[in-house]
Design a protein around this ligand. Structure first.
Ligand SMILES: [Zn+2]
Length: 293
């Protein structure tokens, strides 16, 4: 690798042992077992936006990738529409208008492009739905073999979507945690392209912050309510607004509110308990998060 390519290699930082690792090979966690973060990026100035790109790749110069994207399905640049809700003007960011129907495509597109860049082969992932169909679709577009572990109780529509993308589907009985453990057990067989572990997923979701900033005329809203499961969307917003602030493009950040379904509210439980880590909050077979219509 030439020196100028080395200079562009992004760095991971381990918050547990302090290691700094070049992002030049497919890894998803530190050798000490902790998750990794990408070191903060330099962001971009508004004049560096590739304005002809009607996708998240208009912010390519802010992404920690060495090459042009090799796989894109037109993800990002979703509509921001204003409506009244209970008499109050609210803007809705229509992230369902993505290639596979969820915000996960931001993370999948950037993560897969990084992994291809550093020579990944077959991949696998665990998901109860949207992330699985997103990763499966981008893997298909990239020509990578892909296996998705899903809960046996996953919504049938999502499982069909994953299978239709050409991925192998493995249904795992038991809790969501059992599905993750099955995926961890497969680490020797293929690369664990986990949207909850691999830091380039957050590098992709951060483009939501850039898009809101640009679509609002290079300003930021006061408050953003973010539906939150594991947190990859809200972490991306934090990363994106942090970069824009350090770059001097914004002088204040929006307040970010994580919103969780009442029957699956892990962060809310930790927050209410004043705990730093996970607090048990539900039974092995939790009630549904939405009532069937
Ligand atoms: Zn470490």
């Amino acid at each position: 690798m030439a020196w100028y390519e080395m200079a562009m290699t992004a760095l991971y930082h381990c918050p547990a042992c302090g290691a700094n690792l070049p992002a030049d090979r497919p890894i998803w966690r530190c050798s000490c077992g902790s998750h990794l973060n990408l070191v903060p990026g330099s962001g971009l100035a508004r004049g560096e936006i590739a304005a002809r790109e009607a996708s998240l790749w208009r912010y390519r110069s802010a992404l920690a990738l060495g090459h042009k994207p090799r796989v894109s399905l037109g993800e990002g640049w979703t509509p921001l529409v204003e409506r009244k809700w209970a008499g109050v003007p609210v803007r809705f960011k229509l992230e369902s208008q993505m290639p596979t129907g969820s915000f996960k495509d931001r993370g999948s597109a950037v993560m897969l492009n990084h992994l291809i860049e550093v020579g990944v082969g077959a991949i696998h992932e665990d998901s109860s739905g949207n992330a699985g169909s997103s990763i499966a679709t981008y893997a298909a577009a990239a020509g990578l073999p892909c296996r998705i572990y899903v809960p046996a109780t996953a919504p049938r529509g999502k499982v069909v979507q994953i299978a239709a993308a050409g991925a192998e589907v493995r249904a795992i009985p038991g809790t969501r945690q059992a599905v993750t453990e099955a995926a961890l057990a497969a680490v020797g067989e293929s690369f664990y392209a986990s949207h909850n572990w691999q830091p380039f997923f957050i590098e992709g979701t951060k483009t939501l912050a850039y898009e809101l900033w640009e679509q609002l005329g290079f300003s930021v809203p006061d408050n953003i309510l973010v539906p939150t499961g594991y947190g990859s969307n809200i972490l991306g917003l934090e990363r994106g607004f942090d970069e824009l602030e350090r770059r001097g493009e914004i002088t204040r950040r929006p307040r970010l509110f994580a919103v969780q379904a009442a029957n699956c509210a892990a962060f809310a439980a930790s927050w209410a308990a004043g705990a730093e880590g996970y607090v048990p909050f539900t039974s092995a077979s939790p009630p549904p998060t939405a009532s069937p219509r």
